[in-house]
Design a protein around this ligand. Structure first.
Ligand code: ADP
Ligand code: ZN
Length: 756
């Protein structure tokens, strides 16, 4: 057989392997084997699904043949492929895995296609999802003006209903699902009506809108205040210019950032372009979606974690068909197949949740800039507490700085006090906080109490022998959950029933130390027996809608006190909340992470944003063992600039971002010695590469990771710091090319880690 270049293709395989692979396309598949489709290929002794990247130059040696082409049309465009390649390079991750992550998982549910002919003769491709579900097409029914024959029974009821609907609106039609909801099982009657030519049917793809049950009114753009106008003006000007323009929109909560996003998006739409809006998952509430739906009548796609794979795939296809001009979603919405992007908004750009913590460790906030550059779009990073690195980039002119310094409605900032908890061990509420809660209850105000630890108690200690209950798989203590009556590991979910005696010495004096939200809830109920109290954390709000129910109750004034983890610190707007208490601000200050001050500043600022958003001024009390810490003192003084100056000096002194770029290598394995050995060997190799290539990087470690053991695997870490990003990447590329480790060891390369 002679092979021509056109018949050889390059395929990316979604496996942790470097390089792309070449295959031969047999004659009968050539017309369908276009770039962007999935292909079935032999790989070793297996058959795998790969992604066809393009044709490859004639290769020497024996090539295997592509077995099948799995898609009727490309799943990604050349531009998208370029974006995927960028990501693969930057995060040192195999391209096949990047593509797999970027595409909706629901694609893999499609098990076969069938071509059918619709009533008007047009061909319709039906897709069948695995499990026999055919979710693509729904039948719609409408009455014909003069049915020749009258049916009887339920058939007649249905017909009369349809006629009634068509009387007021000749285009009215009802889906089969709606009819079944109204009349019960009625498929035979419907089929009979079709046979009798009493109704007409139409089949169309149904978009299952998770927000369809709600109706959204319409509203209009608000008149912008001077500061909003200035910010909006700059963004609009960039949009009209049509080239890449990155902005940092720095505005306190309630300063009207969202209104600026909305009106900037309106400009992009007027220019015939589209908009991508990224928000932290926690902010992706019906309230926010409602604001967009009321403002815009164009297609809006919403991607959130509550969607099933099938639903997400539906949305993806709708976007690909060009039926949505606005896409709103959490982190992964960055990969929405949206064409003609004019503006990308990253709301709450400082949020850690933009970083994916497994698989391809990308950061959607950073990649928004990459995608925006590729699309020639305006990128608006919005925050009340911008990342230190963002503010620095703005000061260097790499981001255009826009500021909204005031709340829209002249609401005063809440009055905030730090309470010194030193020397008051074991007290949950200092007297100041307890009194404030009481006063607030008397005045009919609502209180939020914030604590970053769920469960009841964080330790169980035996007073006799000092035994502490720890997870056998992870290097952490077990947290006692009273509701479950168990001690639970928050890393691996390992749990044990609560013992009545010490497991080591059988002593009976076992004490629960530390406190979590459950214990605080119990103490609040004891202190304020008449208050209506609820708790919101991962445990209390399991199940669909649990979260929303609590928030609704708060909004409706049916709750006096809500206790929660950071879930309650973010995004929500509760006009009735007039007091916020932080039980302890120290947990986040003491994290072994160079960003712990920044995190704490953000957290306290956010918590303060929850108080006094209504007509009454709010109060915030923060209990801490470190009342003099600059992160806290600047937060309570609403002084971002002051915090920034101190923090940036610290970063410069110790050489952390933005003054250096970081990559973390984590080695993990079941065998402690082997894991350490692998890390040691990598470190030696890294030092050799550094010396040979004369690169200005620092190799730190290896050391045991801050969590030295998780889920039974020991963890060792190497941190690489480089002033120049290119040099950091060169070290990593070299390492990847020359380092091999036993298959029992897992190596994760994290470029720009956010947690260390
Ligand atoms: P942020 O996103 O900064 O928290 P929002 O855009 O949500 O701020 O605005 C806070 C509140 O002020 C919202 O209720 C919004 O409707 C209102 N608002 C925003 N801009 C204006 C304006 N120019 N005139 C009147 N009300 C406004
Ligand atoms: Zn564990």
């Amino acid at each position: 057989m002679t092979t021509t270049a056109a018949h050889i293709v390059e395929v990316a395989i979604p496996l942790p392997l470097e390089g792309h692979f070449h295959y031969l396309v047999p004659e009968q598949l050539v017309s369908r084997a276009v770039p962007g489709t999935r292909v079935l290929v032999p790989f070793g002794r297996r058959k795998l699904t790969g992604y066809l990247l393009g044709s490859a130059p004639a290769a020497s040696g024996e090539l295997k043949e592509v077995l099948d082409v799995l898609d009727e049309a490309p799943l990604f465009t050349p531009d998208e492929l370029e974006f995927y390649r960028w990501i693969a390079n930057y995060y040192l991750h195999p391209l096949g895995e990047v593509i797999k992550m970027a595409l909706p998982a629901g694609i893999n549910l499609v098990s076969r296609y069938r071509c059918e002919t619709a009533e008007d003769g047009t061909p319709v491709i039906r897709e069948f999802l695995a499990g026999g579900r055919s979710v693509r097409l729904e039948r719609f029914y409408a009455a014909l003006p003069d049915p020749p024959v009258k049916p009887r029974g339920k058939g007649l009821e249905i017909l009369e209903y349809l006629q009634y609907l068509c009387e007021s609106d000749e285009n009215a039609e009802v889906s089969g699902a709606d009819l079944r909801a109204r009349f019960g099982t009625c498929t035979p009657q419907l089929n009979r009506l079709v046979e009798l030519r009493a109704v007409r049917t139409a089949e169309r793809e149904v978009y299952r809108d998770p927000f369809s049950a709600q109706s959204f009114g319409k509203d209009q753009a608000l008149e912008l205040n001077g500061e909003q106008q200035a910010a909006h003006g700059r963004i609009a000007e960039a949009l009209r210019g049509g080239s890449f323009a990155p902005f940092l929109l720095h505005g306190v909560t309630g300063s009207g950032k969202t209104e600026v996003y909305l009106q900037s998006i309106a400009v992009a739409l007027e220019l015939g372009r589209t908009a991508l809006v990224l928000v932290p998952e926690i902010a992706l509430t019906p309230q926010l979606v409602g604001r967009f739906k009321r403002r815009f009548s164009c297609g809006i796609a919403v991607l959130h974690s509550g969607l099933s794979d099938g639903e997400r795939y539906d949305e993806w296809r709708r976007i690909r068909r060009g039926e949505a001009q606005i896409v709103i979603g959490a982190r992964s919405a960055l990969f929405a197949p949206l064409a003609g992007i004019g503006i990308i908004v990253v709301d709450e750009e400082h949020e850690g949740s933009y970083k994916q913590s497994e698989g391809v460790r990308y950061n959607a906030r950073d990649l928004a800039l990459v995608r925006g550059k590729q699309a020639g779009a305006a990128v608006v990073l919005g925050s009340a507490t911008p990342l230190i690195t963002s503010f620095y980039a703005a000061s260097q002119g790499r981001l255009t700085y826009l500021k909204l310094p005031n709340r829209v409605r002249e609401l005063p900032m809440p009055q905030t006090t730090l309470l010194d908890a030193r020397g008051k061990k074991g007290i949950t509420f200092l007297p100041e906080l307890a009194n404030a809660i009481e006063q607030n209850l008397d005045a009919g105000g609502q209180t939020l109490l914030f604590l970053n630890r769920r469960g009841f108690a964080t330790y169980l200690v035996c007073e006799d022998c000092g035994h502490v209950m720890r997870c056998p798989n992870c290097e952490v203590t077990l947290t006692y959950h009273r509701g479950k009556g168990r001690h639970v590991c928050h890393y691996c979910d390992y749990s044990l029933p609560a013992p009545s005696a010490c497991p080591t010495c059988q002593g009976k004096e076992i004490t629960l130390l530390g406190r979590g939200t459950e214990r605080v809830e119990e103490e609040v109920q004891e202190l304020f027996p008449l208050a209506r109290v609820a708790r919101m954390d991962r445990d209390s709000t399991k199940g669909k809608g649990g979260h929303a129910r609590v928030l609704k109750a708060l909004e409706a004034g049916d709750l006096d006190i809500l206790i929660g983890t950071q879930m309650i610190a973010k995004g929500h707007d509760f006009p009735g909340v007039t007091l916020v208490g932080v039980i302890s601000a120290d947990a986040s200050l003491n994290l072994p992470d160079f960003r712990s001050s920044e995190r704490t500043f953000q957290l306290v600022t956010q918590v303060m944003g929850r108080a006094g958003r209504g007509d009454r001024p709010g109060r915030v009390l923060v209990q801490t063992l470190a009342p003099e810490h600059y992160a806290l003192s600047h937060a309570v003084a609403h002084d971002y600039q002051g915090f920034y100056e101190q923090e940036i000096a610290f970063r410069e002194e110790v050489g952390y971002p933005p003054f250096a770029h970081l990559a973390a290598l984590t080695f993990s394995g079941i065998d402690q010695r082997q894991t350490e050995g692998s890390a040691q060997e990598a470190a030696r190799l890294l030092r050799k590469i550094k010396a040979e290539c004369r690169l200005r990087v620092e190799i730190l470690g290896p050391v045991t990771a801050p969590l030295g053991k998780v889920r039974g695997r020991y963890r060792w870490q190497i941190l690489i710091k480089g002033r120049e990003r290119s040099e950091l990447h060169r070290v990593l590329f070299h390492l990847r090319g020359s380092f091999s480790h036993p298959s029992t060891i897992r190596l994760v390369i994290d470029v720009d880690p956010v947690e260390m």
